[in-house]
Design a protein around this ligand. Structure first.
Ligand code: SF4
Length: 240
């Protein structure tokens, strides 16, 4: 399933537009960052700053493909690492996942959902992501103590996400990309994330709803605009 390929290409081009010196593939840390196991609160008085706080944007999203990713698997950072940031700023956590091509679109869709749910089950110490299930916003509070005493970095956090994704069967390659660069177009990314969510909702309809009448379907606008969705739905029906 390659419905997200154009978005992966566009986002990669936008990242490439930043100076190459601003991109680093982060080395795997020698330690494993602690997962506190459940949602934990970092109070405003305990935080160093908030990525996506106040007038800045905090975004996250996953994109899937069965085509080979252009970059090696790993954690990438465009911009400053956690220790260099002094105040609230815009931020994005983008995940590109390459899945095994099995020819079974429904199984791939279920895999997408499994990968997406990972974010609800990761609770890094000192890193409180406030996930919104209805938007692509994901502001993150960073604890002052985790920076000062434990030198928390994106390498620590990214490796935690990467490890969870890589455990899921059928995942061939993953890029976990953190962006804090001030010149990145966060608004454009937000639009793409909204589009990806619309496509995901259409896929949900295709694989779970019996309505096959496009004229009355709530997903009609998306299916009119995104090549492949309608073919997928009617091809799916022929198989069942
Ligand atoms: S193909 Fe038609 S019925 Fe299926 S999700 Fe799209 S608009 Fe709805």
């Amino acid at each position: 399933m390659n419905l997200f390929d154009d978005m992966i290409k566009d986002i990669s081009a936008e990242l490439d537009r930043l100076a190459p010196t601003e991109c680093a593939r982060l080395a795997e840390p020698s330690r494993v960052w602690r997962d506190v196991g459940e949602h934990h609160m970092i109070l405003a008085s305990e935080m160093a700053y908030e990525l996506g706080g106040q007038n800045t944007l905090g975004l996250s999203g996953c994109f899937y493909t069965t085509q080979p990713l252009l970059s090696l698997g790993g954690v990438y950072l465009y911009g400053s690492d956690l220790a260099q940031i002094q105040a609230n700023r815009s931020y994005a956590r983008i995940v590109f996942v390459q899945l095994e091509e099995t020819g079974d679109e429904e199984a791939q869709y279920r895999k997408f959902r499994e990968i997406d749910y990972v974010r609800y089950h990761i609770h890094p110490e000192g890193y409180m992501a406030r996930i919104s299930p209805v938007s692509q916003r994901e502001p993150v509070r960073i604890a002052r103590k985790a920076l000062a005493e434990k030198k928390m970095s994106f390498g620590d956090i990214g490796q935690m996400y990467l490890g969870r994704y890589e455990k899921i069967s059928g995942v061939c390659n993953v890029n976990v990309i953190f962006v804090t660069h001030e010149k990145f177009d966060y608004r454009a990314l937000e639009q793409k994330l909204g589009r990806a969510e619309q496509i995901t909702q259409s896929l949900s309809h295709i694989f779970t709803d019996l309505n096959m009448d496009c004229s009355t379907c709530s997903q009609k606008t998306v299916c009119d605009e995104v090549e492949g969705l309608r073919v997928l739905h009617f091809g799916q029906n022929r198989r069942t």
